[in-house]
Design a protein around this ligand. Structure first.
Ligand SMILES: O=C(O)CCC(=O)N[C@@H](CCC(=O)O)C(=O)O
Ligand SMILES: [Zn+2]
Length: 356
């Protein structure tokens, strides 16, 4: 990983590498390349024998393009490692990039891969200075490691979607894993759509990916998926693929359906999907977004309680100076509880079942 005793080795510059040598380093493993090499002048381009071109846009950010001008061509963003310790999505995206670079698969679409918080991956930390997934907003001007990275990522995503044809499907799956185990192991957050209709086709796609639980967010956020949804009208989701594990310790057999469906998305004009009505999905509405306001914020349940554990109406879920947070409905469930967030940030969500 370019890491010794948890310390990241200084990155090497690839500026003086010949095209051939650079490609061979990338082909051996994109993630290792991204963690070990950097350049002041990004933008190196390659065209493969199969007609696919690749452009290195920044450390850990690479775009693939094809010569297909058909109306079925989509613009797809796949992001992972926005939290550096969420390794399964990083390994999944790395596999797809390696397969594209080595011409084992050929994309039919424009695809942008983003390995988000490269700096926090070697030490397997969620972030170095601040939570990257709270910084995706045109208004943010943070100069922290993550603030600068968010600014760069937003600029690249803006350019990518601006260059998409008017009619192209715009898709963004931001892949994560949860800190706690979840009763519903894989789930997705559908960002707030400001009254626009939910895409049942997208939900059927997620179901084919083995992601059968959806949380409908009811308010604006500063997450990456909300950014793409709001600013680029993309079908965007935060997708949670299980629990945080160290690199190399993920049971990749749990992602067979996810990998196969994602590969189909990239390589075929369209994915064959069942009707939404045939998908057996659990849909929830977000009922409460509970932010931490004081340092004494405490959760009133054990650390081993899983995401989607339900509470009875009136049960005390969390408290802090001047406030108690209680379940407002029987069967209200908790998601993403974390008392250790920065003051002002989300400490948990509660959700209640919803019928679409
Ligand atoms: O398990 C947890 O507490 C966090 C897992 C995670 O990183 N989730 C995302 C969800 C983003 C969203 O609400 O769309 C996050 O908290 O950033
Ligand atoms: Zn995450």
């Amino acid at each position: 990983m370019g890491v010794v005793n948890g310390m990241q080795l200084a990155k090497k510059s690839y500026e003086n590498y010949s095209h051939e040598n650079l490609l061979s380093v990338i082909q051996s493993d994109f993630l290792q390349f991204s963690l070990q090499y950097t350049s002041e002048n990004h933008g190196a381009e390659f065209t493969f024998d199969n007609g696919i071109s690749m452009c290195l846009l920044a450390d850990g950010i690479v775009a693939f393009n094809h010569n297909n001008k058909s109306p079925t061509s989509k613009s797809i963003v796949l992001s992972c490692g926005i939290h550096g310790n969420e390794t399964a999505p990083i390994e999944i995206c790395n596999q797809l990039v390696n397969d594209l670079v080595n011409q084992k698969i050929k994309t039919d679409h424009r695809v942008l891969f983003i390995f988000g918080n490269l700096d926090s991956m070697p030490s397997a930390q969620r972030f170095i200075e601040e939570n990257l997934n709270r910084l995706f907003s045109k208004e943010q001007s943070s100069t922290s490691i993550e603030g600068l990275r968010a600014t760069k990522i937003m600029r690249i995503v803006d350019d990518f979607f601006s260059a998409a044809s008017e009619t192209a499907d715009r898709i963004h799956y931001d892949l994560h894993t949860a800190i706690r185990p979840s009763k519903n192991e894989k789930f997705a957050v559908y960002p707030f759509l400001h009254g626009k209709p939910y895409s049942k086709q997208q939900l059927a796609f997620l179901s084919a990916c083995d992601v059968n639980t959806i949380l409908l967010s009811q308010s604006p956020t500063t997450t990456f998926s909300y950014y793409s949804s709001l600013n680029h009208n993309a079908n965007a989701f935060t997708v949670e693929l299980g629990t945080v594990m160290p690199f190399g310790q993920n049971d990749m057999s749990k992602f067979t359906a996810f990998m196969a469906t994602l590969t189909e998305l990239l390589t075929k004009p369209d994915v064959n999907l069942p009707d939404f009505g045939q998908c057996n999905m659990d849909i929830f509405n977000v009922n409460q977004v509970i932010n931490k306001h004081h340092s004494d914020f405490a959760l009133h349940f054990d650390d081993n309680i899983a995401n989607f554990e339900t509470f009875s109406k009136g049960a005390l879920i969390a408290s802090e100076t001047g406030c108690e947070y209680r379940a407002q409905h029987d069967g209200e469930a908790i998601v993403f509880p974390n008392a250790n967030v920065a003051i002002g940030q989300r400490a948990l969500l509660t959700v209640i079942p919803y019928a679409l």
